[in-house]
Design a binder for this molecule. Structure first.
Ligand code: ATP
Length: 273
């Protein structure tokens, strides 16, 4: 063996792909009443592993469509989407999804709701699944409610169950579509803090859709601000606020600066403050 050559060879570094990449993605929907609707136009962004990225923008600008595209539930009309460097061409199995409504099955107890997808996907639930569910219920602060029915829980508690359910298969990606918008203001704020804690204990690449500018600034590493339909990207902002963030973060001048910048991008300068 020629050790001299080996010693001088430049090291082969592994290629690190971004967790998520959208490259010039557009999506057009055919509708009966409105003809062709361009929901998204020329969307490009790159997201790293375990980044928390929020999407804000006016209603109908295509935020949910971005999630559905990335999850592989619908294909782009043009452009390329990839996960860990591989094109997304079918539904991804590395995603957990949390919607606005928790959509729990009312006849099952909380633990059974968390493991329900296992029955649906594999036809059975193992003791290991149930153990994982109980660990997740502890993580979201609901250890004492494993045997309760969804109707016995508040809206915020039900949304915690939905988060636990989304984490059961230990997905790399957590897609959250306005997860707290049905909650009252105090529960919503509390859930933001809780989500941050859960994310720090179980790091995931998070795509988080919200209409709340303050929620986005509180939670995200970066914020994608979108324009009205056809949705395109107005700006991608860094949020360099120190973590862990809490009520005190709102007193940081950066918090109001970033919030004002987002308002100005969405509403224009005159209505920004
Ligand atoms: N399956 C579909 N068929 C036809 N049009 C659709 C379909 N899905 C979405 N659209 C259209 O695409 C546009 C973007 O929708 P989308 O739900 O992604 O927006 P959004 O930003 O998430 O809205 P909101 O904030 O109100 O939830 C809208 O004009 C919507 O009517």
């Amino acid at each position: 063996m020629n050790t001299h050559v080996l010693a001088n060879a430049s090291p082969v570094l592994p290629v690190i792909h971004p967790a998520i990449e959208f490259d010039n993605v557009s999506r057009i929907f055919g509708t009966r009443s409105r003809g062709q609707v361009t929901a998204l136009r020329d969307i490009s962004f790159v997201i790293d592993r375990n980044e928390f990225v929020a999407f804000v923008g006016p209603s109908g600008c295509g935020k949910s469509t971005i999630l559905r595209l990335f999850a592989g539930l619908i294909p782009p009309s043009t452009g390329m989407i990839s996960a860990n460097g591989a094109p997304v061409v079918k539904p991804l199995d590395k995603v957990g999804i949390v919607f606005q409504k928790p959509t729990l099955l009312p006849w099952l107890d909380i633990e059974s709701n968390v493991v329900f997808l296992m029955r649906h996907k594999y036809g059975r639930v193992t003791e290991q699944d149930r153990r994982a569910a109980r660990e997740l219920l502890a993580l979201v602060g609901l250890s004492d409610f494993a045997r309760s029915r969804p109707s016995e829980l508040s809206g915020g508690m039900q949304q915690r169950v939905a988060i636990a359910r989304a984490l059961l298969m230990d997905p790399q990606f957590l897609l959250m579509d306005e997860p707290f918008s049905a909650l009252d203001a105090l529960s919503r704020e509390e859930m933001s803090y809780e989500l941050q804690r859960i994310w720090s204990e179980r790091p995931k690449t998070v795509l988080f859709i919200t209409h709340s500018i303050s929620e986005a600034v509180l939670l995200a590493d970066r914020i994608v601000v979108m324009t009205p339909r056809p949705g395109s990207i107005a700006a991608i902002l860094d949020v360099p606020l120190p973590r862990p963030r809490g009520a005190h973060s709102q007193e940081n001048p950066l918090f109001s600066e970033i919030s004002a910048c987002i308002r100005s991008l969405i509403f224009g300068g005159a209505n920004a403050r």
